[in-house]
Design a protein around this ligand. Structure first.
Ligand SMILES: [Zn+2]
Ligand SMILES: [Zn+2]
Ligand SMILES: [Zn+2]
Length: 151
């Protein structure tokens, strides 16, 4: 897997460095994490990598297209290493957890605007919002607990 990351970096003319490999590995194992979590994951294995180095790596990898930055409304930016397949995200309104949803079409833009105002459209940002199974279970549990209390 490590050699895969090296090939990815070389393909976009980025030098292969330990922090870059560490960030890619962290995002492969933990998709949709925020900057602080990436720092924590990387520094758990590589304590000598500074916070600033992780920020710089995230920016370089995002600019190079190896990492995708997503920022649902009202949430902090998250990063993932699954790129270039135009997949979408479902976000839990309650706890903010994010899951991938494959795009039915696969290529951007996957929605056709009814009026394009003369723009050349290259992306449709689709975010699904809802309640994750954990939060849904919790709500049901709370509801039955409170109805038990009132009877
Ligand atoms: Zn949730
Ligand atoms: Zn994703
Ligand atoms: Zn789509």
């Amino acid at each position: 897997m490590r050699s895969g990351f090296e090939a990815q970096l070389r393909a976009v003319s980025l030098r292969v460095t330990r922090p870059r490999l560490a960030v890619l590995a962290a995002l492969r194992d933990h998709p949709h994490v925020d900057t602080d979590t990436v720092i924590r994951l990387v520094r758990a294995d590589h304590p000598t990598v500074s916070h600033q180095a992780v920020y710089d790596v995230l920016r370089a990898l995002t600019d190079a297209g190896l990492v995708r930055r997503i920022q649902p409304a009202g949430a902090t930016a998250r990063y993932e290493a699954r790129v270039a397949d135009n997949h979408h995200h479902i976000v839990c309104r309650s706890c903010g957890v994010i899951a991938d949803i494959d795009c039915a079409v696969g290529d951007a833009p996957c929605l056709t605007a009814s009026v394009d105002h003369g723009f050349v459209i290259d992306e449709a940002e689709v975010v699904f919002w809802g309640v994750c199974p954990d939060c849904a279970t919790e709500r049901t549990a709370q509801r039955s607990a409170s109805s038990e209390g009132s009877t």
